[in-house]
Design a protein around this ligand. Sequence first.
Ligand SMILES: [Zn+2]
Length: 192
Amino acid sequence: MHFFFNFNEDIPEQFYSEQDKQPHSECSVCGNGFGNGHYFVEKAFQRTHDKSSYELTFEYAICERCKSDMMQSISKESMKHIQEFAMKMGGMPVPENSNDVEIDLKQYLTTCIATGKSIDELEEYHLVGIFRGNKMVQLPMLYGETFIEEYSELLSEETKGFFDDFFNNITLLPPTLAKILEDEKPRRPVFI
Ligand SMILES: [Zn+2]
C-alpha cells in the first residue's frame, strides 16, 4: 500500500455510518472509542434489483488493536496468497508526493483501483478507508466485483470460516436490510 504521510482530508460522507449519518465513533468489534488511534472503515454496496442505485450490504469500523487481532486469525496460507496477489496487482498508480499534485478524491471514491472501472459499471463494490480523529489519513480504496471474487478465491477454507464468524459478530446493518439478509448473509471477504 502506498502511504501518504501528509494526507489529511475531511471524512467523505461515503464513509459515514449509515445509521446516524455521522462519522463512525466506535469500534464495531470491541465497542471502544478510537481515541487518538487509527481506525478503518469498510462499506459494501450492491446494485439494487431495479439497477437504479446501490444499497449497503454491510459496514463496520474497526480499531487498530482489533484489526491486528483479526490479521492473526487469517491463516498463513491465505496471508501468503493475499500478499502475492497484492504484489501482482501493483496497486493504483499514485503521485509521488501528495503536496505536489491535486488529488481527485472523487475519482478514488468512484473507481475500482484494480480494474479502473467506474461504479456505474459495477454490480458490487467495497469502499475502504483509514482514519484518525475526524480526518481521513490515506487515499480511499474502492474494489469492484472482479477484485472481490478473485480475492475471495485466494482465501483458504479456514480463513473463509473466520470471515463468516466475523460477519455474524459485527455486521452492522440497517434493521430493514438485516431482515432481508437474515437468510443470505454476505459471503464476502473483508479488505482491511
Ligand atoms: Zn476494537
